[in-house]
Design a protein around this ligand. Structure first.
Ligand SMILES: Nc1nc2c(ncn2[C@@H]2O[C@H](COP(=O)(O)OP(=O)(O)O)[C@@H](O)[C@H]2O)c(=O)[nH]1
Ligand SMILES: [Mg+2]
Length: 218
């Protein structure tokens, strides 16, 4: 990148970080805990949010980030979850969300009585990790079907997260993946990481996810 290009990029990131900090303190004042889910496509983010509906439907607001389609927000709306869909496709197809987009989404939405804001970021383990979007906690979601090596291949996503949600644990008997190795690899990249193991299919581990939300809001 040219010197001028680097300067412009720095300016964009500075503006992004300022909006992100403002958002965080505003949500702090409102008592809203904001979690940013990042993962590869298909790791089970939307399914986990669906499974959170029974317990948190009335306290939850979700922002869905996708390049195309409103499929995920339709899934959540059907369950009565308040949701705002961002599509980046018409604006160049960005592979990540930025703080300004979250700001606009919230400005256009009624978030009264909301205790938990979940952003389902655009599905990939690279770009979303580069942008602070104002979350209190980044959560990297990793399904067991993705193998044991992903923390090493996408270290920024793991370093910039406080929580790692390992999903689809019901599939472990069918795979050559050791959950112990997977957790060791996550901790090698980020020794501070809190890890939750869940299966949205069987419901195993879901109480740990609910408890994480409650504890962190406090
Ligand atoms: N076996 C199993 N499949 C799951 C689980 N969670 C999600 N899936 C499936 O994985 C696919 C992708 O899930 P989705 O929630 O759309 O992933 P997203 O792209 O991260 O939002 C769907 O077919 C889900 O039914 C799980 O815990 N176990
Ligand atoms: Mg999804």
């Amino acid at each position: 990148m040219s010197k001028k290009g680097i300067k412009v990029m720095k300016k964009i990131l500075n503006i992004n970080d300022r909006i992100a900090s403002e958002l965080r303190s505003e949500l702090d004042k409102k008592g809203v805990f904001f979690i940013n889910m990042m993962s590869s496509p298909g790791s089970g983010k939307t399914t986990l949010i669906e499974k959170s509906a029974d317990k948190y439907k009335d306290e939850l607001f979700v922002i869905e980030g996708d390049i195309q389609t409103t499929l995920d927000s339709e899934r959540l709306s059907k369950l009565g979850i308040r949701v705002y869909q961002i599509n980046t496709g018409p604006f160049g197809g960005d592979c990540h969300l930025e703080a300004g987009w979250i700001r606009s989404a919230l400005d256009e939405s009624d978030i009264s009585n909301v205790k938990y804001l979940i952003v389902e970021n655009i599905g990939n383990l690279v770009c979303p990790a580069e942008f602070d979007i104002g979350a209190h906690s980044n959560a990297v979601v990793l399904s067991v079907t993705e193998g044991e090596d992903k923390p090493f291949k996408y270290p920024l996503a793991f370093r910039s997260s406080r929580l790692c949600i390992i999903t689809k644990t019901d599939l472990l008997p069918h795979l050559n993946v050791s959950i112990e190795n997977l957790k060791k690899n996550v901790l090698k990249v980020n020794p501070q990481m809190e890890i939750i193991e869940v299966s949205s299919k069987t419901g195993s581990g879901l109480p740990g996810w609910f408890e994480y939300l409650q504890r962190n809001r406090r």
